[in-house]
Design a protein around this ligand. Structure first.
Ligand SMILES: [Zn+2]
Length: 278
């Protein structure tokens, strides 16, 4: 009887111990599972961060690429201001575009107001000639410098801004300058003035009867091949075609994803006769 009782107690103890061991194993397994899942989770987060980082990097580099790949176009108007300057400014304002005006020296309040408006609206007021007479200004360095200083003084007086950007009447490669344009380039360098020619043109100065479509077609002959592209147009009171062509031109350039900018000292020099002193 006693033996029987001892045997039963022993068996009960054994069962208890087995249950206890089972519980211990289950706890160990649970902890292991928890650790494995934490590890996997951490790995997934790290992987996600890496992917996000790569995607961000790619997005940034493609954005930089897009910005740098945009063609830079500079719209320039020579020989103004004129009675159409205000209309040109209005179109530029509406399209939120800045341009460059290579102006002539005109005295009087009407012109002073036009010079001022060009500056106030954020465009570049640049020099062309006080007196647009090739034979006179290109006769000697003395004539040339006298003409340019007169223009620079006038523009500074009327606008408070001293212009330092210049375009040779007829361009630096014009056939009137003899024996060489280099003497004038030397003078410009001494005065800290930078000259710009062009590498696309509407031909509005050659034929005042060209339609807006023809003017823009002329520009588009060269523009796709040039970057940066400096476009030559004219602000002349005897032809309205340039004004009519301007809005369609800007819309077309925007559709081509071009960046339209005013010329500044930072603009790469487009020069028909290179400035070898620089
Ligand atoms: Zn001119």
């Amino acid at each position: 009887m006693l033996l029987e009782k001892m045997k039963r107690e022993f068996c009960d103890n054994m069962k208890e111990e087995r249950r206890w061991r089972k519980l211990q194993w289950m706890a160990v397994c649970l902890v292991c599972l928890l650790l494995v899942s934490l590890y996997q989770n951490n790995k997934a987060v790290k992987l996600k961060n890496t992917i996000d980082g790569l995607m961000l990097q790619e997005a940034v580099s493609s954005k930089v690429q897009n910005v740098s790949e945009r063609k830079k176009v500079y719209l320039t108007f020579d020989d103004g201001p004129s009675r159409y300057t205000e209309e040109i400014l209005e179109i530029l304002r509406k399209e939120n575009v800045k341009a460059t005006f290579f102006v002539i020296g005109y005295e009087g309040d009407i012109y002073a107001e036009r010079y001022r408006k060009i500056v106030e609206e954020g465009h570049t007021l640049a020099m062309h000639a006080y007196d647009h007479d090739y034979k006179k200004i290109y006769k000697s360095v003395e004539n040339f410098s006298h003409d340019l200083e007169k223009l620079q003084t006038l523009l500074e007086k009327e606008t408070g801004v001293k212009p330092t950007i210049y375009r040779f009447p007829g361009g630096s490669s014009n056939s009137v300058v003899k024996p060489s344009v280099k003497q004038f380039i030397h003078y410009l360098n001494e005065k800290g003035i930078t000259y710009y020619d062009w590498n696309a043109l509407s031909e509005d100065a050659m034929d005042k009867n060209l339609t807006p479509a023809q003017l823009n077609k002329n520009i588009m002959k060269d523009l796709p091949k040039k970057d940066p592209c400096i476009v030559l147009m004219h602000d002349l009171g005897d032809r309205h075609g340039t004004v009519d062509a301007l809005e369609p031109l800007i819309k077309k350039l925007k559709a081509m994803n071009c960046e339209i900018l005013p010329i500044t000292e930072a603009t790469p020099a487009i020069q028909h006769v290179k400035n070898e002193e620089k």
